[in-house]
Design a protein around this ligand. Sequence first.
Ligand code: FUL
Length: 489
Amino acid sequence: MKTKKITAILSLLFLNCLGTPPLGLDPNNVVPSQTLINYQQMELIGFIHFTVNTFTDKEWGYGDESPEIFNPSEMDVEQWAKTAKAVGMKQLILTAKHHDGFCLWPSQYTEHSVKNSPYKNGKGDVVGEFVAACRKYGLKAGLYLSPWDRNHKDYGTLAYITYYKNQLEELLTNYGQINEIWFDGANGGDGYYGGANEIRKIDRDTYYSWKDIVTFVKNLQPNIKIFSDAGPDVHWIGNEKGFAGFTFWSTINPKNLTIGASKTDYLNTGDPEGTRWIVGQCDVSIRPGWFYHANEDSLVKTPQQLADIYYKSVGRNALLLLNLPPDKRGLIHENDVKALTNFKSIIDESLESDLAKGQKASANNYRLNYSKFDPKNTIDGDPDTFWATDDNIFPASLEIELSEGRTFDRVLVQEPIKLGQRVSEFEIDVMGDVNWNTIFKGTTIGYKRILRIPSVNTKKIRLRIIKANNTVAISNVELYKSSTREVSQ
Ligand code: FUL
């Protein structure tokens, strides 16, 4: 023990002499910006799909709809924000324009918009009302502007790109701060196109000049997060079921990505060799369709299904973007609200009381034996403090001893991602009568990993990190007993 202390003091002096920050731990080469860390911390966000499709009962409008049909009877944008807030969402993203080209704001560049609808006698601006409601309820606002436009006569030519940029400029200058812009990958095909009624194909790699559009957007809103299946800030998870891969890296290689044509498997797992930090986002609708259809009122996902999706997205180091499509009244339907309320109670009950907090934590090693890296930091409830080992300690083993035997079936683990994502293989053991039993074998952790394990009663649990791409650092370990209303997976 004495020698350990002396070594620690000598190392401290040595580091200080070198001028290295005392007791530092070097970050990985690829780390997220603070803006992306803040973004990831939102965890749960919502999507609002609402347009002419809501009134025509379609998923993809052809682009020939009359604006006259856009006529919500009890429109209440604040109900969307209140519903999102109540379930714990931190942001909403609205389809300002879907593939049909109909604009929910009175764009000066087209007649295909709310300004020619009966809604508020053409004086309405759903984007403006939406942004105001988000602000009022403390939510960030995001906008979806479909690159594909089945209404516009120039779609497929350069003139349309100018139109698209003009629309981006309207949206990103007239409504204050927009936290996210969503570029969908669906592109080109048949449409109205100003009456041409034909098929138009575009070259996904070159048509939009995405690089220019990204620069254009960032010039208008430097803090905005750009979503697409190629990032550059947030990327699609590769499916519309809301599931990130069992292994999921927040790092990825942009060279392997093309907006509208990235490989879905690659998006679903990320890339341990990735050269850029791009946050993963899992989009899924609470109903089978993205838009409201009365015949899907009985097909709203159950609270248990939503909880499963939550564990496979937020619980796998990604964000969950859950779609809540308003109906013809302009309201999120009662069935959806009910499912959301119950989903929230289930998650709250399941992750309510952390059995590890304030118990005893020890490790086979901690960096320089210095308190900044003490294993206790994993159970202090503070996500900014962490346990770290000396270099090249594998397995790194963290043990939590509970004051009495406790039953739990959820283990939440976090890495301090400001240092990068490191862990690629870990195991969870619990102490049986005499021996440790391995109850879970995992791969990645990242910002947050929530493991669903068979219910176990024990006094001791151990997290063993077997492989990582750098020195092990873990910020948080929490233990929970799930709600009886949750179906264990
Ligand atoms: C897809 C679109 O085609 C759907 O209509 C929906 O907007 C979904 C979120 O993205 O690619």
